[in-house]
Design a protein around this ligand. Structure first.
Ligand code: FE
Ligand code: FE
Ligand code: MG
Length: 171
């Protein structure tokens, strides 16, 4: 653990930051896997566009997991070492896909992003003015999650509108 680097943290226990980061770390792995498996099992209209987005998001979530693991280690902690721990510590849980249709998959994913936005917004509030490095990292991740929600919602709305128009034209 780097002594001077961690001496700039004020007004919060480092162990508390590590615990909160590990919960977010669990979320990121579960989000990664959710996108990974959704991109494989998805069915229905315009699915290729959705698969492309899900695959990009999976890569982003894995990158977030990497950032968080590195920060936990900098703080002298240990990232969760077993996948069983992910389900114990997650904030947002894991939404096993039950309905493989594009619209249902998008709705599940949007819910996940909304939970991620709430989680990182809360985390940013907690470390603000206390741990500037974690704050900056969390802010960057939060911006990605906001973009993820928007991307998925836009796709969802395009597909919903397309299906509606199609139904009208068929009569
Ligand atoms: Fe993420
Ligand atoms: Fe995300
Ligand atoms: Mg995107």
């Amino acid at each position: 653990m780097a002594v001077r680097g961690n001496s700039i943290i004020k007004g919060i226990e480092i162990s508390e930051i590590i615990n909160l980061l590990n919960k977010a770390y669990a979320d990121e792995w579960l989000a990664y896997y959710q996108y990974f498996i959704e991109a494989k099992i998805i069915k229905g209209i315009m699915k290729d566009a959705v698969i492309a987005e899900l695959t990009l998001h999976a890569a982003d979530e894995l990158r977030h997991a990497t950032l968080i693991a590195d920060r936990i280690i900098q703080l002298g902690g240990s990232p969760l070492l077993s996948p069983q721990e992910w389900l114990k510590h997650t904030n947002c849980g894991y939404a096993e896909p039950k309905n493989f249709d594009v619209v249902a998959i998008l709705q599940d994913s949007i819910k996940g992003e909304q939970c991620a936005i709430s989680t990182y917004s809360t985390l940013a509030d907690i470390v603000k003015d206390k741990d500037i490095i974690t704050y900056n990292m969390v802010s960057q991740i939060l911006a990605d999650e906001v973009e993820h929600e928007e991307d998925l919602q836009a796709l969802h709305d395009d597909i919903a509108e397309f299906v509606l128009d199609l139904k009208k034209s068929i009569g």
